[in-house]
Write a protein that binds this ligand. Structure first.
Ligand code: AGP
Length: 614
């Protein structure tokens, strides 16, 4: 998520205030930064790749002015590599408007073409740069900043939090938002814009939490908030009681819980950019995998580590089951040393949140050296894997700060769903009409995640009611792979021994481990397999296990309850997508178990967020 800060005041200290505000947002993760300030000779813009200190050094070197008003930005790249030119703020063609942005403009390509046809030229690879261009175009027509912003907003599809400056209005700052958070801070003879409360907490605890389609107009004395028609809207002042640490977590006690709750938004962002309203196929042409390429392949490997490996297992299952395409999944640390068969008829798909995992990067390099094409499914733009892969599918989970991966995994699954559909359509295993129906199911996923998150207290109560020494996650088919991720979460943040097992395999040995006090978590979402899994659960129950089931609301709940001591239901959904939904309770189970044990949820012992060494 990008960081936004805006300041307007009666003292000439805007640059210092903005740089201070950006430093309070550094925890969010970013790869470049920039600032725009009103000066007597017009708006000055400076921006640099890398850390905030690079910008600070640059501003000091050139004697950048302080000014009375301006906006600043730290960029978490989505469209366009981290670079000076891709950093925000961005200018309009005529330098009448400057903008900083957090979010994703899904229809930026279409708007960019329209603006180019009208004579505009663009400097960056970002989606953001179309925003000042289109606002300026309407400002030239209307000469009314609010109307120009409103008209521009109504043309854009996607998410945005905007800080906006008009060169001929030095006494004002403008802000607007949809889907990306943005606040307005109330000061004494000064006011603020920020993407997050920590940026302004040192100066004010009174803020307006802008709502979707709000437009705010700030000067040193007044803050006005209007709707798209320019009519005043009333917003209550929110008085912040959090300290800085909890403000960085958005009021959540841990980054992990904040990131669990970000999943509806980030899954929507990851899906939306590739689900075109009027097209019955996902937008995947940037992945370089055409029907010819696919038909020319003799094998597909999916290679990853940890949670990303579990996402790959789900991807494999779906690609084989739906696209009828054989896919081999391996952990990168094994793949890179077993001399696998790789040649130019091989596609290797590497999955990595950080894009820096040593084993996964090594597997990529080995594969390319052997002539394979490599597709990277990566969350961090500009990371080593994203730069070295032949093609990249970016997940848009935003910076994932907690060591335990949650929202990135859900976005990796979203990527697998689209990849499965893409392969199936290319191979004639899915019709456009079938994808049309599937698209509806995909679009409905974020809301279903939100429904499950409402069960947080119910899930916490379940954690409070158990105290297991060992935990088994069991399931069949996709449910088995889902359990792998649940088991890893419990291990890595609650330090509790657990393992995921194919339910049908228990009787081939592991059932000897079952004794009173063993907690067995049955993931039972695959309707065709429910009876078999329930009978496996009856076997463990008969030997003293506590049984917790995760199942769908439309399952045969009487059958489930015949074996479950406790049950968590998830909304009905397309069978393909249960791994994403069933994992939300697993995330919360692990989270609350870690909290119950008093462990460091966000920074668990012995672990690093990115394993950049073997
Ligand atoms: C997940 O919760 C863990 N932090 C870990 O397994 C992680 O998924 C693994 O190290 C891979 O990281 P990557 O996705 O950044 O490559």
């Amino acid at each position: 998520m990008c960081g936004i800060i805006g300041y307007i005041g009666v003292e000439e200290k805007a640059t210092n205030m903005i740089m201070e505000g950006l430093s309070k947002l550094e925890y969010r993760g970013y790869d470049s930064a920039g600032i725009a300030i009103f000066t007597p000779s017009g708006i000055c813009v400076e921006k640099t790749k890398g850390k905030l200190v690079n910008l600070a050094d640059h501003l000091a070197q050139i004697g950048f002015p302080q000014g009375y008003a301006g906006i600043g930005h730290t960029r978490w790249a989505t469209h366009g590599e981290p670079s000076d030119v891709n950093a925000h703020p961005h200018w309009s063609q005529d330098h009448s408007v400057v903008v900083v942005h957090n979010g994703i403009i899904e229809n930026y390509a279409q708007l960019r073409e329209e603006l180019i046809a009208a004579g505009d030229t663009f400097l960056s690879d970002t989606d953001t740069e179309i925003i000042p261009h289109i606002i300026a175009r309407y400002y030239r027509e209307d000469k009314d900043p609010v109307q120009a912003i409103s008209r521009a907003i109504q043309r854009m599809r996607g998410s945005y939090a905007l800080g906006i400056m008009f060169a001929d209005r030095p006494g004002e700052l403008y802000a607007a938002r949809k889907d990306s958070p943005l606040i307005v801070g109330l000061g004494q003879n000064e006011n603020y814009i920020a993407s997050d409360i920590p940026a302004v907490l040192a100066h004010t605890r009174d803020v307006y939490l802008l709502e979707d389609y709000d437009i705010a107009i700030l000067n040193t004395e007044e803050i006005r908030i209007v709707d798209l028609e320019g009519n005043p809207v009333h917003r209550e002042i929110f008085h912040v009681t959090w300290d800085v640490a909890s403000a960085e977590k958005g009021g959540f006690p841990h980054f992990m819980l904040k990131e669990i709750h970000e999943q509806p938004h980030v899954v929507r962002e990851t899906l939306a950019s590739r689900l075109q309203e009027n097209m019955d196929a996902p937008k995947m042409d940037d992945l370089g995998i055409s029907k010819e390429v696919l038909d020319g392949l003799e094998r597909i490997y999916m290679v990853a580590c940890g949670t990303a490996y579990h996402a790959a297992m789900v991807g494999k299952y779906l690609i084989e089951r739906v696209a009828r395409l054989s896919t081999i999944v391996e952990t990168a640390s094994e793949f890179r040393y077993r001399d696998p068969i790789i040649d130019e008829k091989t596609l290797v798909i590497v999955v990595s949140q950080s894009g820096e995992t040593a084993d996964t990067l090594a597997a990529l390099r080995m594969s390319k050296q052997a002539g394979a094409k490599v597709l990277g499914i990566v969350n961090v733009v500009g990371s080593s894997i994203s730069r070295e892969a032949d093609y990249v599918f970016y997940t848009w989970a935003g910076p994932e700060i907690a060591v335990a991966s949650t929202k990135a995994y859900s976005c990796q699954l979203a990527a697998m769903y689209l990849l499965t559909a893409h392969f199936a359509l290319l191979r004639g295993k899915m019709t456009p009409q079938e994808f049309h129906d599937l698209k509806g199911d995909l679009i409905g996923l974020p809301a279903k995640i939100g429904e499950i998150l409402k069960k947080e207290e119910e899930i916490k109560a379940i954690v409070d009611s158990v105290d297991p020494l060992n935990v088994f996650y069991v399931g069949r088919g996709l449910d088995y792979y889902t359990g792998m991720e649940g088991s890893l979460k419990l291990k890595e943040i609650a330090y509790l021994h657990s393992e995921a097992y194919a339910a049908g395999e228990l009787k081939h040995g592991p059932i000897a481990m079952i004794e009173p006090g063993t907690l067995v978590i049955g993931i039972v979402t695959q309707k065709s397999l429910i009876e078999k899994t329930v009978s496996n659960l009856k076997e463990v129950k008969a030997r003293g296990a506590q049984v917790l089931c995760i199942t769908t609301e439309d399952a045969d709940l009487a059958l489930i309850q015949s074996v479950a001591d406790q049950m968590i239901t998830i909304p009905d959904c397309n069978w393909m997508f249960t791994s994403l939904l069933a994992n939300i309770p697993q995330q919360l189970l692990a989270y609350y178990m870690s909290v119950k044990k008093g462990y460091d949820v966000d920074k668990p012992r012995n672990l690093a967020k990115s394993v950049t060494v073997e």
